[in-house]
Each structure stands twice: as C-alpha cells, then as structure tokens.
Design a binder for this molecule. Structure first.
Ligand SMILES: Nc1ncnc2c1ncn2[C@@H]1O[C@H](COP(=O)(O)OP(=O)(O)OP(=O)(O)O)[C@@H](O)[C@H]1O
Ligand SMILES: [Mg+2]
Length: 373
C-alpha cells in the first residue's frame, strides 16, 4: 500500500501543502520545529483517526484558523482509494472514503495502514505496561476486526463490572448482576488473551530477523508475553483460559469487593523484550533500545502484511540520530524492499549513502515543503 498524493490544509503549521510521494523512499529534511513530525502526524491521523501526540484533535487545527482538512490518494495493489477528513473548531467532522460520507471514525481503520516510529516510542520499552498493551491493541485492531470487536466487548464488560463493583455498599451485593458481567468478562477476556498471544508470537518471529539485520548479527530479540494471572502455555485453548480466569475471579472475589474494581484480566497484561536474553528495559544502551523498538516496528510491518497481504506505509521520525553509521546503513537495507517509507532527519548528512537510490528528498521549512533535486 502506498500514498500517491497527500494534501494538508490548515493542519498544524501547514497552511496548504500538496505532495506527490515516491512509492519507495521519501526523505524529509529540516531543522528543528519546521514541521517534519507534523507531516508524519497527518498520515498517522488518517491511518488511525488519532494523533500520537495529543488526545485533543482540535490541537491539530492551525492556529487562528477554523478547521483542518486532509486528503490522501492511496494505492493498494490494483485499486485506488481516496480519503478525506475535515474537522472544524465548531466540532463538525466529516470523513469520506471514496467520496462516501462515513459517520463513524472507525471506518478509517484499515483504509490506510501505517506503522509509525517516533523517539517517544522508546517508552514502549521503558514505560508502564499500559503503553505496551496500547501498542498491541492499536496495531492488531488496524488489521483484525475480530480483535477490535473482542477488545471493545471486553472493555465494555470491564467498565460495566467496575461500575457495578463501585455501586455495592457493604453487604448489599447484587450477585446476579455481577455474575452476568463475569460471564462477559470471562468470555471476551479469554478470547482476547488468546488473540494477544497469537499476535505477539507472530510479531516475535518477525522482530528477530530485523534486529539481527540492524545490529549486524550481534543481537537477538525475544518477546515474552506476560499475561495476567498465570503463565499461558502455547496452544492453550479459549475454554481452558476461560476456566482459569473464572477460578481466579472467584479467589479474588472479596478483594475485588473491597477495592471496588476488577483486578484480573487482560487489562493487566504485559510483555517483555529480551535482548540477548536480558531485559532491554533495564540493560540496553540507547542505541540498542532504539534498535529494539525499531525491530518491533519492523515486526509490526511484517505482521500487518501477513494479515492484509500488503505492506503498510512506514513512518520513521527522527530514528537515525542515535544509530551509528553501520546501523543506519543496515536500516536502509531493511526498508529498501518496496515498502513506502517516510523518514525524517535534521541533517542531510544522516542520509549519506542513501542518495544513490531512487527516492524523493524534500526539505521542510516553516510548514513549506520543497523538493530537492
Ligand atoms: N496547531 C498548530 N498551529 C500552528 N503551528 C503549530 C501547531 N501545532 C504545532 N505547531 C508548530 O509546529 C512546530 C513543531 O513542528 P514539528 O513538531 O513538526 O517540528 P519538527 O520539524 O519535527 O522538529 P524537530 O526536529 O524538533 O522534531 C512547533 O514549533 C509549533 O510552532
Ligand atoms: Mg520532530
């Protein structure tokens, strides 16, 4: 999948910008604060319906204007899809896929698939488990409607169950209502656990070769799923997970009543990244951590291709600065496989050795993009 053309109007620091992208490598060079990340953000937004930097969509509207508009022409195998998104400060929003108005923002998912790497993604290794769960959820939901549905149902059951637990006063416990939500929690929770395990196993398989390539064969990466409650064996089926889930729920019954919240389930999942057998979070160098996250992103890319039959667009924001020249060169080898890639950097010299490929180099200055030839 690739973006043929992208238009931004009143998006962040762009007043109006229209760019025809190269099907392969697109290098965006510019000094700090010129709009490199903003440009990638617009693509990520069209891909997921949200920004990676703000939870407030209205922040994306160019200051002193009343709304932004994004348009993308996307080419997937042999079809072309047009995507239009407009948001105005009076809260009107319009999404069109091939000219047809879509009421739900979720209609975006799957239209333009992308994988984004930003320096903040290092938090994926260093930060709390919630970030890793979000990473999994976002990525897998983009390509698997079953996953998205299961996650939504699980979250719904979880919220309802938590509300119910909060409403209990002393001994006044509505066990029938609780049992109803237990059933839902277990049903979707067990399914989600299995789906996450599968997704992670697939990703681990894919991350390994990328890291091996980036580190020139010096490092090996393993992803270890740490599900809530107990060690999940590969091949455990949904019924079995459900049964264990139920048993743990029963054991936690009094504790949950006391704390007034659900204490077990996939909302407590985590996974770990092991580099050469040790946790990267604790022992990795800056460059190693960056390489490991990059390998995860490359895995995500392969995973999405497996699910959809097509590579997503790869967005690499400021990835090169902490990699030595060997790793930078190895990264070029990784992306140079017909994957449409947009990569940013502050200096053209970071891309030494890349210029002999067929590619597009653009310079960004104060929200204006000019092609360098
Ligand atoms: N809603 C907005 N309207 C207008 N300008 C904005 C808006 N939001 C952010 N900006 C401007 O965009 C600039 C940041 O752009 P961006 O984050 O894309 O920079 P960058 O080129 O990626 O820089 P760096 O190399 O430091 O990462 C900020 O300096 C800010 O002034
Ligand atoms: Mg930036």
């Amino acid at each position: 999948m690739r973006i043929v053309e992208l238009t931004l109007r009143n998006f962040r620091n762009y007043e109006h910008c229209r760019l025809f992208l190269h099907p392969g490598l697109n290098i965006l060079v510019g000094r700090n604060a010129q709009g490199k990340t903003n440009f990638l953000e617009s693509i990520h937004f069209l891909s997921t319906g949200r920004s990676h930097r703000t939870s407030n969509q209205y922040d994306l509207i160019r200051w002193d204007t009343t709304g932004f508009f994004l348009h993308a022409l996307i080419s997937k195998r042999n079809i072309q899809v047009e995507l239009d998104f407009a948001l105005s400060s009076d809260r009107r929003r319009e999404l069109r896929v091939n000219g047809v108005v879509e009421k739900k923002l979720s209609a975006l998912l799957g239209v333009l698939n992308s994988v984004l790497f930003t320096p903040e993604d290092l938090q994926l290794l260093k930060g709390p488990p919630a970030l890793r769960r979000r990473f999994l959820d976002m990525e897998v939901s983009q390509v698997s409607p079953v996953y998205l549905y299961t996650l939504q149902q699980y979250n719904r059951a979880l919220t309802q169950r938590n509300n119910l637990l909060k409403s209990f006063q002393g001994r006044n416990v509505n066990r029938v209502a609780l049992e109803t939500w237990n059933e839902q929690l277990v049903k979707y929770g067990a399914r989600l656990t299995i789906l996450r395990q599968r997704a992670l196993t697939a990703m681990a398989k894919q991350a390994q070769p990328s890291l091996y390539a980036i580190s020139l064969g010096e490092e090996s990466l393993h992803l270890v799923y740490r599900p809530w409650g107990y060690q999940l064996e590969l091949g455990t089926d949904e019924a079995e997970v459900g049964q264990v889930f139920r048993e743990i729920l029963e054991k936690q019954y009094h504790q949950e009543l006391r704390r007034k919240q659900s204490l077990v389930g996939p909302h407590r999942d985590d996974f770990a990244c092991l580099l050469n057998g040790v946790d990267v979070r604790e022992f990795g160098s800056q460059g190693q951590q960056r390489s490991a996250v990059l390998a995860l992103k490359m895995a995500e890319l392969e995973f999405m291709r497996e699910m959809t039959g097509d590579y997503p667009v790869l967005l690499l924001d400021d990835v090169l600065s902490e990699l030595d020249s060997f790793r930078r060169q190895a990264l070029l080898g990784l992306v140079d496989r017909g994957i449409q890639t947009l990569i940013t950097g502050t200096e053209a010299s970071l891309f030494t050795g890349w210029q002999d490929k067929s590619l597009l180099i653009a310079e960004i200055t104060d929200g204006i993009i000019s092609i360098v030839d």
